[in-house]
Design a protein around this ligand. Structure first.
Ligand SMILES: Cc1ncc(COP(=O)(O)O)c(C=O)c1O
Length: 356
């Protein structure tokens, strides 16, 4: 994997400047990159922490010295609850989300046994059925339960509108985001009226970063993909340009090589399923070339008459269409300024049951 440092740095600066101007905090998601190096660079530009999908990512980031880590997937196994509480003991700025009273009880019991206080955020349903308690009454009851749990400290509410993030068209996306977050906002107002401490309202994505700031619905953003961008995000259209979402640049490629060309109209590259190659990936500099998969170790670039003819041994860079899955199969990012590799950043916390 190759990072174009210039585009990457511009992406980070664009988001940091936007958040500063909008009065929003950034607690960017690391699930897309799994790199403490990137988290550190974001912290240097003013972000208040990171959001993580797994306890393992949280442990990794905290160990790398990142403060303000928030686990955005409720811990529900004995293993994950134990590790969540242990991490809170080592790093008091760490916190987790919950969406179920039973998990609040499990966490309280585990935290009490260790004499630890755990920062806790109530995760409110915002359009994705995979997580989040029903807004309004149930969310407030859960927030009260957290607030009255001796070893849990309620810090706020979360609502992640994952369905809005990739909605095509800026106006359509805005409507979807506002509809999905309406219940969260109602819950925030109810919680505050009930005297509950709501110091953060967290959510948002790369697709909605400039919608969330206009709606003033969140206090902080969890956007992650903008650091590298991917081809699926490019297609959703931006506020200015309805065809291409160009607020952030494509900064990450997978470097492949042409290894066979025995048939007209196609060349074979050394990247297939194991490289997380997908038909939605794109060839850098040749968006007209179709990228296809032909097994574990093989990919095919399909060429039409007049398309560029690739040479045997030629390097071909592909833009991934799904960052989370693609970065998860590589060990390191080769960081390039222009044509020069200037750094290597490890991609951490990927293998083994402990990572789940
Ligand atoms: C809970 C949560 N927050 C934030 C994000 C970041 O969204 P994006 O990478 O689209 O900016 C994700 C991504 O899946 C997520 O699951």
């Amino acid at each position: 994997m190759v990072v174009d440092l210039e585009i990457f740095e511009k992406n980070l600066n664009t988001m940091a400047a936007h958040c500063r101007k909008a009065g929003l905090q950034l607690r960017g998601h690391v699930k897309v990159h799994k790199s403490p190096e990137i988290a550190r660079r974001q912290a240097a530009l003013g972000s208040i922490g990171v959001t993580c999908a797994t306890v393992a990512e949280c442990e990794l980031m905290a160990k790398a010295g990142i403060r303000g880590v928030l686990l955005t997937r409720q811990p529900a196994t004995k293993n994950n609850i134990g590790r969540t509480v242990a991490l809170a003991g080592r790093e008091p700025t760490f916190g987790t989300v919950v969406d179920d009273p039973l998990v609040v009880e499990w966490l309280q019991e585990a935290a009490a046994a260790e004499g630890v206080t755990l920062r806790t955020v109530v995760d409110v349903y915002a359009g994705l059925t995979r997580h989040g308690i029903e807004p309004g009454g149930p969310a407030i009851e859960l927030a009260k339960k957290v607030d009255s749990s001796k070893n849990l400290k309620l810090i706020g509410l979360m609502g992640y509108s994952g369905g809005a993030s990739h909605t095509k068209g800026w106006n359509e996306r805005k409507k979807k985001s506002q509809d999905d977050l309406a219940g969260l906002l109602e819950s925030v107002a109810m919680a505050r009226a009930a005297g509950l401490p709501v110091s953060i309202v967290t959510g948002g994505s790369t697709g909605t970063y400039n919608i969330d700031s206009e709606s003033k619905s969140l206090t902080e953003l969890q956007a992650g993909s903008f650091v590298f961008m991917d081809t699926l995000y490019r297609q959703i259209g931006g506020k200015q340009d309805p065809t291409v979402y160009s607020d952030f640049g494509l900064a990450l490629t997978v470097m492949t090589t042409v290894i066979s060309k025995r048939h007209t109209g196609q060349v074979t590259i050394d990247a297939g399923n194991k490289a997380l190659l997908r038909s939605t990936d794109e060839v850098k500099g040749c968006p007209e070339v179709r990228v296809e998969n032909q097994g574990a170790e093989y990919g095919i670039l399909t060429l039409k008459d007049g398309d560029k003819d690739f040479k045997l041994g030629e390097r071909v860079e592909l833009y991934p269409s799904n960052l989370d899955m693609s970065t998860n199969v590589y060990d390191r990012y080769y960081v390039a300024r222009g044509e020069q590799i200037v750094d290597v950043w490890p991609i951490m916390g990927r293998s083994g049951a402990a990572q789940r």
